[in-house]
Design a protein around this ligand. Structure first.
Ligand code: G4P
Length: 311
C-alpha cells in the first residue's frame, strides 16, 4: 500500500509559482520539522532551483531537538541555503527571518530594490500562522494588484520587503513511499488518501526503532527498549490496543480504533517530541525511491502500447 493523492487544482498554483519565481530574490520553503525531507516539495525544488532558499523548519516545538539540529546542519551546508527552526510561540519571528533572507540576498533592500520573497509549503505546515505572526498589526494584503492572482497574495512586511504567499501545494506523484506515510501520519494529506492501519503500522515501526522509551512512557506495557525494538509492528499495535481498550466484541482487536489512537497520540504530541526521519535516513529512502521510479518509468516505456480503438 502506498499513499497517493490527485491535486488537480494545484496545477494553477504551480503555474503561479513558476511565473512569480522569475522576479524573486529569496524563497522561503516551510518544512515540517517532524519530517523535513518528506515535507519538502520536489516540484518546488524544480521550480525554484538556483534561487537562494531559506528553509524554515516549523513546528520545532513538536520535533526532536537532536534531529532538528542534524537537519539544520544538513541544510546550512548546502549552497545558497540557510535554515532556521521556528514554532508558533515565536510571536515576533520577523527579525530572525529577515536577517536570514538579508544574508541570502545582500544586494537587495531599500525602496529602489525591495527584497522580494516567495513563501511556499505543503498544506498545514503552518504558513498562515507564520504569516500572521510576521504581519503583526499590519494588514497589508494587496491581492488585487495587477499580476497578483488569487493563487498568490502580496504582503508588505516593510516598506522595502514584499512577501508573495502561495497556497499550500502538494505534488502529483510520491516517489518515496516512506515520505507518503510520514506525510499521512503528520496530517498533511486528507484522510481519504490513505489507510489508517497501514499508516499506523509504519509510524509504529519508526517509533519502535528510535523512540522506544517514549512508547513505553505512553503505553506502559512494561517492555524494555529492546523488546519494543524486537516486537513486530502488528504485535506491538495489538499490545497497545489491548492496553488501551481498543477491543471489539469477542475480544478481537479493533485495528481501526488502535490505528487512530496511535496516530492521534503522535499528532497531539502525547507521545512527546518526535522526528520521523534523519537526513541520513531520508537520503537513503530518496535514493531507493528514485531508483525504483526510474525502473518503473523504463518498464512503462518498453511496454507495447494498447492498440487504439476505432471510432
Ligand atoms: P497552513 O497555512 O500552512 O495550511 O497551516 P496553518 O498556519 O493553518 O497551521 C496548521 C496547524 O498547525 C494549525 O493547527 C496551527 O495552529 C498549527 N501550527 C502552526 N505552526 C505551529 C507550530 O509552530 N507549532 C505547533 N505546535 N503548531 C503549529 P490547527 O489545529 O489546524 O488549528 P488551530 O486550532 O491550532 O489554529
Amino acid at each position: 500500500m502506498s499513499v497517493q493523492w490527485f491535486p488537480g487544482h494545484m496545477h494553477l498554483t504551480r503555474q503561479a509559482i513558476a511565473e512569480r519565481v522569475k522576479s524573486i530574490d529569496v524563497v522561503i520553503e516551510m518544512l515540517d520539522a517532524r519530517l523535513p525531507g518528506s515535507s519538502a516539495n520536489p516540484l518546488l525544488t524544480e521550480l525554484t532551483s538556483g534561487r537562494p532558499t531559506l528553509k524554515v523548519l516549523n513546528k520545532q516545538d513538536m520535533a526532536d531537538p537532536e534531529r532538528t539540529a542534524l537537519w539544520l546542519a544538513h541544510y546550512n551546508a548546502q549552497p545558497q541555503t540557510r535554515a532556521i527552526a521556528l514554532d508558533a510561540s515565536h510571536t515576533a519571528p520577523a527579525k530572525a527571518l529577515m536577517a536570514a533572507c538579508g544574508e541570502l540576498a545582500p544586494l537587495r533592500g531599500g525602496m529602489v530594490k525591495p527584497l522580494r520573497i516567495l513563501i511556499c509549503g505543503i498544506p498545514n505546515v503552518g504558513k498562515s500562522t507564520l504569516i500572521n505572526a510576521l504581519m503583526g498589526k499590519r494588514s497589508a494584503k494587496t491581492g488585487d494588484e495587477a499580476g497578483v492572482t488569487r493563487h498568490e497574495q502580496r504582503i508588505a512586511l516593510a516598506d522595502d520587503v514584499y512577501l508573495f504567499d502561495t497556497p499550500g501545494m502538494l505534488w502529483p506523484r510520491i516517489v518515496v513511499p516512506e515520505s507518503g506515510f510520514n506525510l499521512a501520519a503528520s496530517g498533511a494529506v486528507g484522510r481519504n488518501a490513505y489507510d489508517d492501519q497501514a499508516v499506523a503500522l509504519e509510524l509504529l515501526t519508526r517509533l519502535q526503532s528510535h523512540y522506544a522509551a517514549l512508547l513505553e512512557a505512553r503505553y506502559a506495557l512494561g517492555w524494555s527498549a529492546q523488546q519494543w525494538q524486537d516486537t513486530p509492528d502488528d504485535a506491538a499495535l495489538e499490545a497497545i490496543a489491548r492496553k488501551r481498550g481498543a477491543i471489539a466484541s469477542g475480544g478481537h482487536v479493533n485495528w481501526q480504533k488502535a490505528a487512530e489512537l496511535l496516530i492521534a497520540d503522535f499528532r497531539s504530541q502525547h507521545l512527546g517530541r518526535i522526528t520521523l526521519e534523519s537526513p541520513e535516513e531520508f537520503g537513503r529512502w530518496l535514493a531507493a525511491g528514485l531508483k525504483a521510479d526510474a525502473q518503473r518509468q523504463a518498464q512503462k516505456k518498453e511496454r507495447p502500447k494498447a492498440p487504439r480503438r476505432k471510432r
